[in-house]
Design a protein around this ligand. Structure first.
Ligand code: ARG
Length: 474
């Protein structure tokens, strides 16, 4: 017996107490409850029970009067929870027990019929899928807002040159718009990925009962339709033991958070004195308790840091599921704390990231100036020769030779005398100097998806169409 004593059958509300002579240990109750996690699903649990009562009535398992009593009772619970007149009883085993017990308290005998042809095993899967539906919608809204914030930044910065990097070394010039659009496309995939997961989760498990369906004449299709599902699941064992919807969305969340984290890494870097590409708003920065001059990019760092937590939750879910035999196992109760933590972390990170970049100041002159270093135009010198018929590998060598000379002379490629170019290849003409300015190097890159402002405009138009086409209506 624990130091908290035992709970007797007289005063504990477990739905299953009839079979037991003794009540559970108080510590056991605390250990097994899921109410702290599933109380946030109270409203969908009630919606599910309302649909269930309608189905039971349609099939003749309860009377019209009983159905009405149940629905009125459930609605009164919903109203009272909403108005804060009723508190979820945190000593209940789970939200299903709490709602059923409260209903029976309020309406008496009819309340005892609501669980006809139902188990908490199919009920929890139903609640999770219903709640996930709104969670996905809410997150998609935030992601769409972020894409729109990024698209606006791109629209304003189509001509702002910025070095493009590979291996964190200067590579070729691009524009701020192009870089920010790259982020936007990453988030557009997150948006559609979430939508794909929602489609697969759109099958109702209710009516699968504990594991083996029911001998009662349940109308699963009708109940699914009432709850707005596209259809019903095909196998009762699978229905109550499937948590793919959480695994899938947790994977989507991990990818989304990884995208945020990568962009945050760039923001942290760009905020350094050495880069100074970006000035975060004071609203989205913090200071130091000892160094008076500091303005730190803590929010970008926190988003980057929380990525570990999101991955951890995803791995916890996968690990929890990996050895489970069919059908329901109580291990699966652990799904909610991991999934909700990942979800809450990601949705707040998306919101904060959007505000952080929306309110930031982009130091355009510094970005442009930075394109002067690092021989970003060396490929363009090679391409110049390719246009005149030289094989690319030979042209690469000629350009590399000029880079070597420029390094020795400590100057830019465009600052070398024309004589050096002539010496390197007879194909060079004086127009080479106009054609290798960073602006020209960008302007000329008109391949689909390239950084030329005309091409970036097409990306922006496409992103705007994406935002419009996917506008989430209530
Ligand atoms: N609290 C449980 C969960 O979250 C609900 C299902 C419980 N079923 C059971 N037979 N104990 O998974």
């Amino acid at each position: 017996m624990s130091k908290h004593g035992t709970i007797t059958n007289d005063n504990h509300a477990a739905l299953w107490h009839g079979r037991f002579k003794e009540g559970p240990d108080a510590d056991a109750v605390k250990f097994e409850t899921s109410i702290n996690d599933d109380m946030r699903m109270a409203f969908v649990d009630i919606d599910g029970s309302i649909a269930h009562a309608k189905m039971l009535c349609k099939t003749g398992l309860i009377s019209e009067d009983e159905k009405n009593q149940i629905i009125d009772g459930l609605n009164s619970i919903k109203d009272d929870l909403q108005a804060d007149k009723l508190k979820v009883d945190l000593s209940a085993e789970d939200i299903h027990s709490f709602v059923e017990a409260t209903l029976t308290d309020r309406i008496g005998e009819a309340g005892k019929k609501v669980h006809t042809g139902r188990s908490r095993n199919d009920q929890i899967a139903l609640d999770e899928k219903l709640y996930l539906r709104s969670q996905i919608k809410d997150l998609q809204k935030e992601v769409l807002n972020l894409i729109s914030v990024l698209t606006n930044i791109a629209t304003e910065n189509k001509d702002v040159l910025i070095p493009g990097f590979t291996h964190m070394q200067h590579a070729q010039p691009v524009t701020l718009a192009h870089h920010v659009c790259a982020w936007a496309w990453m988030f557009s995939r997150d948006f559609t990925r979430l939508g794909d997961a929602a489609k697969r989760a759109d099958l109702s498990p209710i009516g699968s009962c504990a594991l083996a369906g029911s001998g009662l004449p349940l109308d699963r299709a009708y109940e699914a339709e009432l709850l707005g599902f596209g259809g019903v699941t095909d196998n009762s064992l699978d229905s109550v033991s499937d948590r793919d919807y959480y695994l899938e969305v947790a994977s989507d969340l991990s990818i989304l958070q990884m995208h945020l984290s990568r962009a945050c890494e760039e923001i942290v870097l760009w905020s350094t004195t050495e880069f100074s590409f970006i000035d975060l708003s004071e609203k989205w920065s913090t200071g130091s308790s000892i160094m008076p001059q500091k303005k730190n990019p803590d929010f970008a760092e926190l988003i980057r840091g929380k990525t570990g937590r999101v991955y951890g939750d995803m791995v916890a879910l996968f690990t929890m599921m990996k050895g489970l035999p069919l059908a329901y196992d109580r291990d699966m109760q652990e799904d909610k704390s991991s999934f909700f933590e990942a979800y809450d972390t990601v949705i707040s990170s998306v919101r904060i990231f959007a505000e952080m970049v929306r309110t930031a100041k982009w130091n355009k002159d510094i970005m442009t100036k930075s394109c002067d270093g690092g021989y970003l135009n060396a490929t363009d010198i090679a391409d110049y020769l390719v246009r005149k018929g030289l094989p690319f590998r030979t042209a690469h060598g000629v350009s590399a030779g000029l880079v070597r000379i420029a390094i020795e002379k400590n100057c830019l490629l465009e600052e070398l005398d024309f004589a050096e170019y002539e010496k390197a290849s007879p194909l060079f003409e004086k127009d080479i100097f106009e054609l290798i300015t960073p602006a020209k190097c960008v302007e000329i890159r008109k391949t689909i998806g390239g950084p030329a402002p005309s091409e970036v405009q097409k990306q922006i138009d496409k992103l705007m169409k994406f935002i419009k086409d996917n506008d989430i209506k209530e």
